[in-house]
Design a protein around this ligand. Structure first.
Ligand code: PLP
Length: 401
């Protein structure tokens, strides 16, 4: 395995510079939320913990697929309003979308062919490399990995794969580019998967950031997707659960794979795997997640998400106003900035760090097609984000003179 070059290298450069920086650094590099848990969530977690401390309310191992109360809340609050009907046993609760997106390839043969977009959330690639599926790593690329480049020229929407695949990862709203797919664009991928019998793992970790109802929040809004797609969702970025840990994955019963010419029901297979590999998510955390889906909890977490999207919108407007080319940031907490003057991602990262004392993430760290871009995140406070923008604008202005 290659080392965790991106974030380790960012941390190394930041640590080296911070002691001599003329003012405190502002971090717009992190992909982690910053607001505290909402009151409805905290109350539910406290109540559930007290329940666990009483003889009548104690719970031992949770069901490995998740408590029915939470799966019911997910079906009713997250899918029914989209017109998507799910059965309770199509929902699997887990501790993270990272856990599930990394583990889902276990459903497939050891030599399954995997495709990802480029740039990409690195966990998909690393997990498949660790499973021995991606061949050899040479000059920054895996020999057996199919990558679909996403650049400004194609609006960050990949072309359909031209090489046969068994598994295609799609993540929308996208990390790192912050872009979304329209219904027609997503339908094209579903059509392709139906035609070619390709399994799609659809990572919807950022669906709470979609504000336009015309943009699908779930792949199951596309007819036929239940026959080709598994969807991974998370409370991390929608309800501030990055440190609390709760997520869910939908494996529809209509989904079948093939083994030796025979059909294999993937829902049964994933349940079999869940029972073997883990003992579920703790009761207080599942109660907390349920509270995030209650009417009161929804209003509270929606307000939190809104502050992040407001930050993102502010970043987009300010940078565009300064003549920079920016993408994403409308339905996502990520803004994807084209480095001015054709600078390399790391070169621009360093200049921004040293001239503006603002930390971003070099786009090239997410894949070769990310070269020439920088990712900024909207997870800092409104005040720090505003201050960071003032610094960036002053820096751009000084560079232009
Ligand atoms: N999927 C994407 C695309 C992400 O960006 C992240 C976190 O940054 C995750 C999944 C991780 O989600 P979780 O905290 O549920 O493991």
């Amino acid at each position: 395995m290659p080392g965790d070059y991106l974030f380790a290298e960012v941390a190394r450069r930041v640590q080296a510079y911070e002691p001599v920086a003329p003012r405190p650094l502002i971090r717009l590099g992190i992909g982690d939320v910053t607001q505290p848990l909402a009151p409805a969530i905290v109350e539910a977690m406290v109540r559930a913990t007290q329940e666990m401390g009483s003889p009548g309310g104690f719970h031992g191992y949770p069901p490995e697929q998740g408590h029915a109360f939470l799966r019911h809340a997910i079906v009713e609050a997250e899918y029914a309003p989209l017109g998507v009907q799910l059965e309770l046993d199509e929902v699997f609760v887990s501790d993270g979308a990272k856990t599930d997106t990394s583990a889902l390839p276990e459903l497939l043969a050891a030599d399954a062919r995997v495709g990802v977009t480029d740039p990409v959330y690195p966990a998909y690639v690393d997990a498949n490399a660790m499973a021995g599926r991606l061949g050899r790593y040479r000059r920054g690329a895996w020999s057996e990995l199919v990558t679909l480049p996403c650049r400004a020229e194609n609006g960050f929407v990949p072309e359909l794969p031209t090489r046969p695949l068994d598994l295609l990862y799609l993540c929308y709203p996208n990390n790192p580019t912050g872009t979304v797919l329209t219904r027609e664009q997503l339908a094209r991928f579903v059509g392709y998967a139906l035609e070619t019998e390709t399994l799609i793992v659809f990572d919807a970790a950022y669906k709470a950031y979609v504000t336009d109802p015309a943009i699908p929040r779930s792949i199951y809004e596309i007819p036929g997707a239940d026959r080709v797609a598994i969807e991974c969702c998370s409370f991390s970025k929608s309800a501030g659960f990055t440190g609390t840990r709760c997520a869910y994955t939908i494996v529809p019963k209509a989904l079948v794979g093939r083994a030796g010419g025979k059909k294999v029901d993937l829902n049964t297979l994933w349940r079999r795997r869940a029972a073997c590999r883990h003992n579920g998510v703790s009761y207080p955390v599942q109660r907390a997640a349920q509270a995030a889906l209650s009417p009161e909890g929804r209003a509270q977490v929606a307000a939190q998400v809104r502050t992040y999207t407001d930050n993102a919108h502010r970043i987009v407007a300010a940078l565009r106003g300064a003549g920079l080319e920016v993408f994403g940031g409308l339905h996502a907490p990520y803004v994807w900035l084209r480095t001015p003057g054709g600078q390399g991602s790391w070169e621009f990262f360093d200049r921004l760090l040293h001239q503006a004392q603002v930390v971003g993430t070099p786009g090239s760290g997410f894949g070769p097609a990310g070269e020439g871009y920088l990712r900024l995140t909207a997870f800092n406070t409104a005040e720090r984000t505003r201050e960071a923008l003032e610094r960036v604008l002053a820096f751009v202005d000084a560079e232009g003179r």
